[in-house]
Design a protein around this ligand. Structure first.
Ligand code: C2O
Ligand code: CU
Length: 561
């Protein structure tokens, strides 16, 4: 008991350079190709008084940063030990829909979900987060989520800061509202009242006197951030959601909508050791519709942080490290971007709804419905989408499966700061945004991908659509999709599934215990290598196998020794 109290105090209350601030928590790291992520209901000492009930991945709030290399096949072991069904979505990744972790890939409590895919994304800052329909805001508010940093050869060859936690800092920006008993509020609230930077209230960090890299994620429900530094210094955007830019872009302010990421360089070579300054949200006086610009201090759309300039991170400058980066590079990578001329299909999407007041925001006048496929696309096609916002608020538009290139904004030129690969964009009132994307490689007739507003409250209320990417219709003839063997039986550590028909393939395996509860879910498992069942308790199980093309399902029993 005493140890628990001590540990939870240590987590958030390390006072160092300035007692009004807490040391920024830097998430732990995991690397390699096999990642164990355990989702748990837990608690954290976020404020004085009661602890707050939270959920975390391998910890008390938020989760580890996963380092992965482009070209690797990564295997995720997502073990849902919370009391709720949830999902984990790999935001920004190009991958098969069945591995995507959107609202269709539900992980029941107590179940191990094992998606895997080959990383084709460029080096950039991505993230994982829950995506259960109507529960996204709650599960994210509780703290589930984490960063994914992809590395590749092009990025590795550049003189950029990349010592994690030293000159390369992940920053997850969010805020929370609390009940008087210090519990999170996640209904009828679009905004938090208190800033949490990597889960740390009033965060401060020591940064060395050299060029440093900040990987900033807007992990809010709805608030946008108009970021800048208290000394109004110029900083350099080097990367968007899905990759490095061609060259750094100097700015003094940067707008980041929900779900967006920006990698920036801050040149501290001229700073004085011992001096401090702040990374701030300059959110006061924004145009109507800016999320977080509403004037109220309470209620669903009010907040203590609304329409204010507030500190996101207090920065203390310390001595340079050995081998510091001392200059902002003039060029970065050579991107070959898609253009309008590459697109063979054009689509439009209209954001409407919201009126009369209190109605949900929607796309094309339709609220999200699991039983409606809103768009059907052909695989390996380049498409141009124009999203038009006709309603009374701004939004954050996100689409799964692809990284796109924004080619126009009706309100003016596309800023250099968002000229790279993107998977989310901010869309203002009465604005149209056009992007081009290629829907390559992965077709699946039954698992759709999503497009949606990334505001947790808006997506939960149905501001989402789903699209299926269709492949060429197969001509193979599967006479016998349901005949298969599971062996050995009883099995000790590995279970093999062999289909009798040589044209048949396994699409999905689910293992149930004798209570009928799913304990393992394996999308498109590599059955030749066997299914690792070492985590299952001894006993009787049933295994349900779905064949890939026919989607025929059949169940057999086996015993785990
Ligand atoms: Cu970050 Cu559909 O999600
Ligand atoms: Cu929205």
């Amino acid at each position: 008991m005493r140890i628990a109290i001590l540990l939870s105090c240590l987590f958030f209350a390390q006072f160092s350079a300035n007692a009004q601030y807490n040391t920024l928590w830097i998430p732990d790291t995991l690397s390699g190709t096999n990642f164990n992520l355990v989702l748990k209901d837990t608690f954290a000492q976020l404020r004085s008084g009661n602890q707050t009930i939270t959920a975390g991945v391998n910890g008390a709030f938020w989760g580890p940063t996963l380092f992965i290399n482009k070209g690797d096949e990564v295997h995720m072991n997502v073990y849902n030990k919370t009391n709720d069904s949830t999902t984990i979505h790999w935001h920004g990744f190009h991958l098969p829909a069945v591995m995507d972790g959107g609202p269709h890939q539900v992980i029941p409590p107590g179940t191990l979900w094992q998606p895997f895919w080959k990383i084709t994304n460029q080096a950039a800052t991505y993230w994982y987060h829950p995506h259960l329909h109507e529960m996204t805001q709650e599960h994210m508010t509780k703290g589930l989520g984490g960063f994914i940093i992809v590395r590749d050869a092009e990025e590795a060859a550049l003189p950029l800061p990349r010592t994690y936690g030293v000159d390369d800092i992940p920053l997850s920006l969010t805020s929370r509202r609390y009940t008087t008993g210090n519990q999170f509020v996640y209904t009828n609230t679009a905004y938090g009242d208190y800033m949490l930077t990597n889960g740390t209230p009033n965060a401060q960090v020591s940064l060395p006197k050299q060029v440093v890299r900040l990987r900033i994620l807007n992990a809010e429900t709805e608030r946008a951030y108009n970021l800048g530094f208290s000394d109004n210094r110029t900083f350099y955007v080097i990367g968007n959601d899905g990759g490095l830019l061609n060259a750094p872009v100097g700015v003094t302010r940067l707008k980041l909508g929900v779900g967006e990421r920006a990698e920036i360089l801050v040149d501290l070579t001229g700073a004085t050791v011992g001096s401090s300054f702040d990374l701030k949200a300059y959110n006061s006086g924004q145009a109507f519709g800016f999320p977080g610009g509403e004037p109220g201090t309470s209620g669903e759309f009010g907040s203590l942080l609304n329409n204010k300039d507030f500190t996101v991170l207090h920065i203390n400058v310390t001595a340079a490290t050995t081998n510091p980066i001392t200059a902002v590079p003039t060029t970065l990578v050579n991107n070959t971007y898609l253009t309008a001329a590459d697109a063979t299909v054009s689509r439009t999407l209209t954001i409407n709804g919201g009126q009369p007041a209190g109605n949900p925001f929607v796309f094309d006048n339709k609220i999200f419905d699991f039983n409606t496929i809103n768009k059907t696309l052909d695989v390996n096609t380049t498409e141009k989408w124009t999203v038009t916002n006709t309603n009374i608020f701004s939004h954050s538009f996100h689409i799964h499966d692809v990284q796109f290139k924004i080619i126009s904004r009706s309100t003016g030129a596309v800023g250099q700061y968002e000229s790279g690969w993107k998977d989310v964009f901010y869309i203002a009132i009465n604005e149209s945004v056009t992007f081009v994307a290629r829907f390559a490689d992965y077709a699946d007739p039954i698992h759709p991908f999503m497009y949606h507003c990334h505001f947790g409250n808006h997506e939960d209320e149905g501001m989402m659509g789903q699209f299926v990417v269709k492949g060429s219709t197969s001509t193979s003839d599967i006479a016998n999709p349901l005949t298969y063997n599971v062996f050995p039986n009883p099995a000790d550590d590995r279970l093999y599934v062999q289909l009798a028909d040589p044209n048949a393939a396994v699409y999905y395996v689910t293992i149930f215990n004798t209570n009928g509860k799913a304990v393992m879910m394996l999308p498109q498992p590599q059955v030749q290598q066997g299914i690792d069942i070492t985590t299952l308790p001894r006993g009787a199980y049933s295994i349900q196998v779905m064949e890939k093309e026919t989607k025929a399902v059949s169940t057999k029993k086996f015993v785990k020794l």
